[in-house]
Ligand binder design. Structure first.
Ligand SMILES: [Cu+2]
Length: 248
């Protein structure tokens, strides 16, 4: 997905302007691949939406959407897997000036899983003609980020929020609609991506090195794998496969 690339490039140009980075980093290496699904296409249960939210789908001629916990794609891959580099080089990466958009459409959060950098704005929108609230739940034991709970009682309202410190898997929920959830991963570097409807990921702009990459899916324990990339090399990772029982 392009967002990571933009974030990575932003970091690189900012650092290059400072003049203390080698040119090797300017293009950088890429780690990419896909998350394959082993099994029949997965069909989650349809949400039990209240009449107001069901009405949005009735009006649009849609069926009520299915659970987003496991979403498989037509090409035999899996959505909503978040991949990030665990041992990114320690430095101050520039926070992208563009916000990440979290919308509410048809009584669902869109996207369901997303990454954002520390202090990057999250622009929350309500595209629905119903009231939602957006309740973000960082882990209080970590004391890294603050919980927030804001309501959007009308269509087309927006607000921005940000998280100050890296933290994985901050859950978002709507206290009005119990089926609504999203997961936000806050990173202190730009080396991450989330699989979409093609199941692909691409982490760009890396210096040469050996990296531990983590694949996160909300229903399964994280999977780690190691990838070594040379300067500006693009390496495709094979064999990342999920099934109902977890990682293969
Ligand atoms: Cu809601």
């Amino acid at each position: 997905m392009t967002r990571t690339r933009i974030a990575a490039l932003t970091a690189i140009f900012a650092i290059a302007a400072g003049g203390f980075v080698s040119t090797a980093f300017a293009d950088g290496a890429t780690i990419k691949g896909k998350i394959a699904w082993d099994g029949k296409p997965f069909k989650g249960k349809r949400y039990k939406m209240n009449p107001e939210c069901k009405g949005i789908h009735d009006k649009a001629g849609n069926k009520v959407p299915r659970s987003e916990k496991t979403v498989t794609n037509k090409n035999g891959t899996v959505q909503n897997v978040f991949l990030y580099v665990k041992n990114a080089p320690k430095q101050d990466y520039t926070t992208p000036s563009e916000p990440v958009v979290l919308d509410q459409i048809g009584c669902k959060y869109v996207p369901h899983v997303f990454g954002v950098m520390e202090n990057q704005e999250i622009l929350v929108k309500n595209s629905d003609p119903v009231a939602h609230n957006i309740h973000a739940l960082p882990d209080p034991r970590l004391r890294r980020n603050k919980e927030f709970n804001k309501s959007q009682p009308r269509q087309n309202l927006t607000f921005t929020e940000k998280f100050k410190r890296a933290e994985l898997a901050i859950k978002f929920k709507c206290d009005v609609h119990p089926w609504m959830s999203a997961w936000c991963h806050v990173m202190d570097h730009p080396f991450f991506d989330t699989t979409g409807d093609d199941g692909m990921f691409e982490i760009t702009g890396l210096p040469a090195g050996t990296y531990t990459v983590v694949a996160w899916h909300e229903k399964h324990p994280e999977k780690e794998f190691e990838v070594t990339v040379a300067q500006d090399e693009t390496k495709e990772v094979d064999g990342l496969t999920l099934s109902r029982d977890g990682w293969k």
